[in-house]
Design a protein around this ligand. Structure first.
Ligand code: NAP
Length: 651
């Protein structure tokens, strides 16, 4: 039997032998043990060394001869599978997954990950895509946004068989991956992890894909699922108002049809926001910005008509976006001036700029289980493994520079890396060495950053920006830097969630008023008191600060929302509103957990925190905690309004 995720090889022995020379040995051992059922591949002398940090540990630390034995055995087993002499076993039991993975990684993956990994790896389809449809009598749903979250929930609604439509302001699917098409745009999560559990892509061309390929993936998933006819493109949601009498949302949309826009009213039972976090570009209020005479644009609104050749380009900001833009434009531009307000911790990553070889792609495409096991290794290494190291140790004697012994070790490692990168240009050290603990701001992957900053035609100005003039940036140290083009890599208005939509709930109070300008709160990041039947994807406190795939969270949320919708349909429920005390209690727990985490380190300023210092965007939880919290909705958490027919029946 071959599961849909585990196709049979079709390659010849020669092709397979060649491809296996590129195999990641710890992954291949998992494949071999699973295919043959022989546990000797998970024991000495084949037991791989511990996988450390961001490295794949391709050799498993094994001598060449052992690696050759493993490849030979894999070739034999794969040939048998191809020739129909060996069946591909069904998925392993959940506990076996973590047991085998632990051996492959050289460290214990806690058993609590077993079920989540079975689903995330694609050994088993997620529950929300396998339970029977509800059918068309359930609630009518309107989804706002067709980015990754919107595509995910759209597919869930399609499976449920509920009447739904998606309203998307752009003219195509993709959300942030459509809008952020600046030079060098890409993702910091490995490609084989940054994909839906139910839609693997064995053909990724890079270990960290660039924007066009990610966009192609998201659009392909939407297209293949037949979602496009349900999406109304080029349309903004202007407002949504809860009508208590009918227990419906009255949603006003405006189509951007060239003129003033055609407004339309929609009456639906449930509204799901999937507008994303990085939705509204943050344009800083810099004195004189409007007097700049050259081209000035935000990275999320890149002006591709501007030819940078020979131009002096000022880039404001040194976050994840600038880290990608600056190396990507340095060759074209005449000069680049990088205006840094705060330095960032930068991590080396051998895979970051690496392309996936044809050999590896063949393994991903044809070797049963290879891409699944490879993904699960990443799922541990790149996600929750780091979380404990980001907790404050109250007894740690150096809280200024680090949080605990492990974080201090990371600090030393990244500092050594910085020193090695700027050797011979030590004058950069003061400017580039952060004074806060690593991971306090989002850690950045070295994208030739140091090499680019060291170029003669690139200048780092580390004093922040004081003002903009017609053809120059004035830095806070009083220096004047002439520029022809100004690029604002200044991030997003992440704390003004759901802006600028006007959303009013049961009491008529706008959500904007309830949350204030920067203090969004929701139960599980998804539901808000006084706003019945409003569900949020990528809402408050659901962004991943410690690393991990946002797509995993989107699937957790889809699972929870599907659970709620099923209950509404099955029990004739007209409205579900989270109880205020449940939401308050949850947020008190979020805040208390954050007090223990790095993101509340004194003095840290990030887009995670609001003016009062509360962490608003980022989750304090491990992915596995959130997965567990979003498995099964508990209707006791909600005020339930029965549908009129249910009320009549009860009466
Ligand atoms: P960001 O992390 O918010 O960084 C904004 C940068 O602009 C910071 O360096 C900030 O300095 C600076 N800045 C803001 N206002 C300024 C002002 N008035 N004067 C001078 N400097 C100012 O934004 P981002 O780089 O666009 O990244 C946002 C998020 O998008 C990331 O955290 C990530 O989640 C996602 N992203 C991911 C990738 C990837 O995966 N590779 C790439 C791009 C974006 P301070 O640090 O001092 O505030």
């Amino acid at each position: 039997m071959s599961t849909p995720d585990h196709p049979r090889p079709t390659a010849t022995d020669e092709e397979l032998r060649a491809a296996l020379t590129s195999a990641n040995i710890p992954t291949l051992l998992l494949v071999l043990a699973h295919l043959t059922g022989d546990d000797r591949w998970l024991a000495d002398p084949y037991r791989p060394s511990r996988t450390i940090a961001l490295h794949d540990n391709d050799t498993g630390g094994l001598a060449e001869q052992r690696q050759a034995e493993i490849r030979d055995a894999a070739l034999a087993a794969l040939g048998e599978v191809r020739d129909g002499q060996r069946a591909v076993p069904g998925p392993p039991p959940d506990d076996r997954i973590v047991e085998a993975l632990s051996i492959s990684l050289g460290e214990q993956v806690p058993p609590e990950y077993a079920a989540a990994m079975a689903e995330d790896g694609g050994f088993r389809k997620p529950a929300w895509l396998t339970t029977p449809p509800v059918g068309g009598d359930g609630p009518r749903v309107l989804v706002i946004g067709a980015g990754i979250s919107g595509v995910c929930i759209g597919i869930a609604l399609q499976h449920l068989g509920l009447p739904f439509s998606v309203i998307e302001r752009n003219d195509a699917v993709g959300g942030t991956w459509l809008e952020n098409d600046y030079p060098g745009a890409g993702v910091d999560t490995p490609s084989h992890l940054y994909s839906f559990s139910f839609a693997p892509r064995p053909q990724w061309s890079r270990y960290y894909p660039k924007q066009p390929e990610i966009l192609d993936y998201v659009q392909g998933v939407a297209r293949d699922a037949g979602l496009l006819p349900s999406i109304r493109f080029g349309t903004d949601v202007v407002s949504a108002e809860w009508d208590e009498a009918s227990s419906t949302w009255q949603v006003c949309t405006r189509a951007r049809d060239g003129g003033e826009g055609t407004e339309q009213r929609h009456v639906v039972d449930v509204v799901i926001s999937a507008v994303g976090l990085f939705n509204q570009p943050e344009v800083p209020e810099l004195p004189g910005l409007d007097t700049f005479g050259g081209s000035a644009f935000h990275t999320a609104r890149w002006d591709h008509s501007v030819d940078l050749a020979g131009k002096r380009v000022g880039v404001i900001g040194t976050g994840a976006t600038a880290m990608q833009v600056v190396p990507a434009i340095a060759d074209d531009a005449g000069e680049v001036v990088v205006l840094q307000r705060s330095p960032q911790w930068v991590a080396p990553n051998a895979n970051y700029l690496r392309e996936v070889s044809d050999h590896t792609r063949l393994l991903m495409e044809q070797v049963p289980g290879y891409r699944t096991w490879y993904r699960l290794r990443l799922a541990w290494m790149m996600q929750d493994k780091l979380h404990p190291t980001l907790r404050k140790d109250p007894d740690w004697p150096h809280p200024q520079r680090s949080l605990n012994a492990a974080n201090d070790k990371h600090r030393r490692f990244f500092t050594d890396y910085l020193d090695a990168q700027i050797e011979g240009a030590e004058q950069l050290r003061d400017a580039m060495l952060p004074d806060y603990p690593p991971y306090g701001k989002r850690i950045l992957m070295d994208n030739d950053w140091f090499a680019t900053i060291r170029r003669d035609d690139v200048e780092l100005v580390a004093s922040g920006v004081a003002a903009i003039e017609e053809n120059a940036v004035l830095s806070a140290d009083g220096e004047r830097h002439e520029v022809d083009v100004l690029v604002l890599a200044t991030g997003f208005s992440t704390r003004r969630m759901l802006f600028p939509m006007d959303i009013r709930g049961r009491s008529g109070v706008p959500l904007r008023e309830q949350w204030g300008d920067d203090d969004a709160q929701a139960y599980l990041g998804m539901t808000v008191p006084d706003f019945p039947n409003l569900l949020l994807l990528y809402g408050p406190n659901t962004n991943l600060g410690h690393g991990g795939s946002a797509i995993f969270h989107a699937e957790c949320q889809a699972n929870y929302i599907v659970g709620l919708l099923r209950r509404m349909a099955a029990r004739d429920i007209a409205a579900l509103e989270v109880r205020p005390e449940v939401c308050d209690d949850y947020n008190a727990r979020v805040d208390a957990a954050h007090e223990q985490m790095i993101w509340t380190h004194p003095g840290m300023t990030t887009y995670y925190r609001n003016a009062a210092g509360r962490v608003v965007t980022t989750t304090p939880w491990r992915l596995i905690d959130y997965w567990a919290m979003t498995r099964t909705p508990d209707l006791d958490d909600y005020l339930v309004t029965p549908a009129p027919q249910a009320q009549r029946r009860a009466g």
